[in-house]
Ligand binder design. Structure first.
Ligand code: PEP
Ligand code: MG
Length: 869
């Protein structure tokens, strides 16, 4: 087997064998760029090292020596030679670059003799000894894990003794003494002399790279990023070039385009007379790359041409490392540059316009989750760095928000009236807090997970929310937040970062999100390629409008319960619930009917011809009931009954386990009047707007079905009501009746249900809750630890659990298609409908659409397009 490849034997497509760095060094060599020669020891050699009981077998050692000999003869230098010493760098290079692994050892080959040779060859003794002490330090730290500080403290000692501020002030004599001390540290720590034999140095370094593949940091990183453990890392051995050989030398890094904005302009920095690490160490301030034109015009011209060539060759923005040795340019690395969302979009669209990549490739270059950065206002980097972090909770709904804290929805509404920025702080929100959530800039809760009320509603509104922030103690009575010794009172300013979950003290500066032309352009390509529809979860005209602006093609879930909380109707809702007789209830419902009908009309008008799926009432009724005495008394007066009667009825309605209680279709089964009223409202609304010229076909959805007779019973109520309304209006109106699939049993009998239903919408919030048996409102307390300790890979309320919950979705889809083929429409409306990996899963499962919060619509569109490529 061939284990070692010269740079001129490989190419960029050999990443799995040569690692990213090795493959790119080979590619640059191949296309004739000035790369210092060297060779790559393959990932297979690394894997072999582990199979061979952590030894490098003789065959591999021989191949390394062979390539080394070739390198020596090519360069006319020799490892260990005093007259003309060859020095090399040794760098790891995994297939996917991995922080935490061994990175770089420079100047390998130096020892007590070659350092003298280097001094002569370069006519610079200080440089030679400085290189030697750096090598000992790097080799010890990186290859032998001798702690860095042991060496740093020696350097500090010399600087202190001489009153120096910088390493550069140390003289040759100092450096010679330091080298001796460094070797002594090595001996004390490693229990061996510092290896003087350069070949031994090389083999130890190679072995250290292999070992670093399995150091704990690398293992953790691989787990977190789903990188397989059996890939192995390659090792690059490259002849050294020196940027620190005088004023005609230097070193730098550059991006071919701006990684922050995507602007097509070389961006980078360099230092004259320096080695790579000096740029990083920040001892001297690097110069802007453009100024190189004045100092070394020929080199600059060559570099610009090279950067352009690399970008055209890789057809992507490049991140390049270079060194200039005595007026000659060398390239040490190139790779696709990391970038912000804005830059990713601008670069991708520009590259399509420049004819370098296809639209499909452009779409694959932008990560869907990255878009989040662009859809919400965000904090200024600078202000954020200076701000004090108060606590950290769950990143429940992205965005940046600052405001004065208030502890009740009413207080927020009151304070917001004059334009004051507010943050609603609650132990946990409930549907009653809606108005406060609308008025506030952001929401902070101490309890609740990613699908808690606050999180779901906030995402729906595109409002910044940090939920489940257990570190803060919220006292709604005292109106204070406590974190350790810090106590914040009502009216104090805080800032929330809904993308990281961090809570900051004070008012952190923000910048606005903007949808640039290129963003729009990219999304138009996304829509050309995408095959699955993207709808939104919205229950008011404002959210519906926002979603349409983001490209939503319909409403996949309109939660009618949210409409029941508005001030003008909550009394009627309460009367309806507290009624003792059917007649009383019907009367209360009659008050609600026109209001609900108007709600639907308004939504239909915003949505135009786009489909709108309206769900019948879902939550347990007690959620609507009055909590405080004052409201109870008011209601009692209004209803002409005693407050105790209301209190008693409230107690009767309270449930131990409301999420598994009297909710969903169970309400419609036992109180058919509610379903009748809602059906009337939906059908009447459609008739009204159709008279205005629309052509709406209502989709009516029954929640929480688990038994076929539940579905049949409620469907019958809907159909009888709808047909009667249509008949008496004397119009024609098509409508469909379907169900949420959100109870495991519904998945198991999906074929039975499919015979009766026109559509399914997977409610993966409840389906996850009931499949795992995790309360969606309480699981935040332990899921963080579950993920940290790798009991679960991901929070299943955020990322669909494809293995378990997903299997139920697949099974139900298959059963349904078996009965009805394409005649049944399948969609998803749980929070997962806006999460990229879940969207891909939905596409592969054959769903017709995903539905998500308005602000996630562009993310879902992009993810759906990527799934087809
Ligand atoms: C669901 O359960 O996934 C769903 C969309 O319904 P809700 O969140 O309203 O329970
Ligand atoms: Mg549900």
């Amino acid at each position: 087997t061939k284990y070692v490849y010269s740079f001129d034997e490989g190419n960029k497509d050999m990443k799995s064998l040569l690692g990213g760095k090795g493959a790119n060094l080979a590619e640059m060599t191949k296309i004739g760029l000035p790369v210092p020669p060297g060779f790559t020891i393959s990932t297979e050699a690394c894997n072999d090292y582990y199979v061979s009981n952590k030894t490098i077998k003789p065959e591999i050692v021989e191949q390394i020596e062979g390539k080394l000999a070739q390198l020596e003869s090519d360069l006319g230098k020799k490892l260990g030679s005093i007259e003309n010493p060859l020095l090399v760098s040794v760098r790891s290079g995994a297939v996917i670059s991995m922080p935490g692994m061994m990175d770089t050892i420079l100047n390998l080959g130096l020892n007590d003799n070659t350092v003298v040779g280097l001094a002569k060859a370069t006519d610079n003794e200080r440089f030679a000894y400085d290189s030697y002490r750096r090598f000992i330090q790097m080799f010890s730290d990186v290859a032998m894990e001798v702690p860095k500080y042991k060496f740093e403290s020696v350097l500090d000692k010399y600087k202190d003794q001489n009153g120096f501020k910088f390493d550069t002030e140390l003289t040759t004599e100092h450096l010679k003494a330091i080298v001796e001390e460094f070797k002594a540290i090595y001996k004390a720590e490693v229990k061996e002399d510092f290896p003087q034999e350069p070949k031994k140095q090389l083999m130890l370094a190679v072995e250290a790279v292999f070992r670093s593949w399995n150091n704990p940091r690398a293992i953790v990183y691989r787990k977190l990023n789903d990188i397989p453990n059996n890939l192995g890392t390659a090792v690059n051995v490259q002849s050294m070039v020196f940027g620190n050989m005088g004023d005609n030398s230097g070193t730098g890094v550059a991006f071919t385009r701006d990684p922050a904005t995507g602007e097509n302009k070389l961006l980078g920095e360099y230092l004259i007379n320096a080695q790579g690490e000096d740029v990083v160490a920040g001892i001297r301030t690097p110069q802007k790359i453009a100024t190189l034109e004045n100092i070394m015009p020929d080199i600059y011209k060559q570099f610009v041409e090279t950067a352009d060539k690399l970008e055209k060759h890789y057809r992507d923005m490049q991140d390049i490392e270079f060194t200039i040795e005595k007026g000659k340019l060398f390239l040490l690395q190139t790779r696709n540059g990391k970038r912000t969302a804005k830059s990713a979009i601008n670069v991708a669209v520009d590259l399509v316009n420049e004819g370098l990549i296809t639209k499909e490739e452009a779409i694959m270059r932008v990560e869907p989750n990255q878009l989040d950065q662009l859809l919400h206002p965000k904090f200024e980097d600078k202000s954020l760095k200076e701000a004090t972090v108060l606590a950290k909770g769950l990143p429940a709904s992205p965005g940046a928000a600052s405001g004065k804290i208030y502890f009740t929805a009413d207080d927020v509404v009151e304070a917001s009236k004059d334009g004051t920025e507010t943050i609603l702080v609650r132990q946990e929100t409930s549907p009653e807090d809606i108005e406060g959530m609308v008025s506030a800039q952001g929401i902070l809760t101490a309890r609740g997970g990613m699908t808690s009320h606050a999180a779901v509603v906030a995402r729906g509104m595109g409002k910044c929310c940090v939920a489940g922030c257990g570190q803060i103690k919220v006292s709604e009575v005292a109106k204070t937040i406590e974190v350790g010794d810090i106590v914040l009172k009502e009216g104090d300013y805080i800032s929330l970062d809904g993308s990281t979950g961090k809570v900051y003290l004070g008012n952190v500066n923000k910048t606005n999100a903007d949808m640039t032309g290129n963003f729009e352009k990219l999304m138009s390509w996304v829509d050309e390629i995408r095959q699955m529809n993207v709808r939104t979860n919205a229950d008011n005209p404002r959210d519906a409008k926002a979603a349409v602006d983001f490209g939503a093609e319909g409403i996949g879930l309109c939660r009618t319960e949210h409409m029941f909380f508005d001030e003008d109707r909550i009394p009627a809702v309460r009367k309806m619930i507290l009624s003792n007789t059917v007649e009383e209830r019907v009367k209360a419902l009659e008050t609600l009917l026109p209001m609900q009908q108007k709600d639907f009309e308004d939504i239909y008008r915003v949505m135009g011809e786009r489909p709108v799926n309206i769900r019948l009432l879902d939550p347990p009724l007690h959620e609507f009931l009055p909590q405080d005495d004052e409201t109870i008394e008011e209601l009692a007066k209004d209803m002409g009954i005693a407050p105790v009667v209301i209190k008693k009825r409230c107690e009767e309605l309270a449930e131990f386990n409301p999420m598994l209680g009297h909710r969903g279709c169970r309400l419609a089964v036992t109180y058919p009047e509610i379903a009748v009223m809602q059906t009337k409202a939906i059908i009447n609304a459609a008739i009204t707007v159709n008279k205005e010229g629309l052509n709406v076909e209502p989709e009516i959805m029954i929640p929480l079905v688990g038994a076929i007779n539940e579905f049949k019973t409620v469907k019958q109520i809907i159909v009888e009501t709808a047909d009667e309304v249509i008949k008496s209006a004397g119009v024609e109106l098509k409508y469909t009746v379907g169900t949420m699939i959100e109870i495991p049993r519904a998945c198991l009998i999906a074929d039975e249900i499919a015979k009766e239903a026109d559509f399914f919408s997977f409610g993966t919030n409840d389906l996850t809750q009931m499949t795992f048996g995790y309360s969606r409102d309480d699981a935040g307390k332990f899921l963080g630890e579950y993920v940290d300790r790798e009991i679960l890979e991901k929070d299943p309320f955020q990322v669909l659990d494809q293995e378990g919950v997903g299997k139920l979705v697949q099974m139900a889809s298959k059963l349904a298609r078996g009965v009805k083929g394409d005649k049944i429409k399948l969609g998803i409306c749980g929070e997962h409908g806006g999460e990229p990996s879940s969207v891909e899963f939905c596409y592969n499962t054959g769903l017709n659409y995903v539905s998500c919060s308005p602000y996630r619509v562009p993310i879902a569109r992009l993810a759906a397009a990527r799934a087809t490529i």
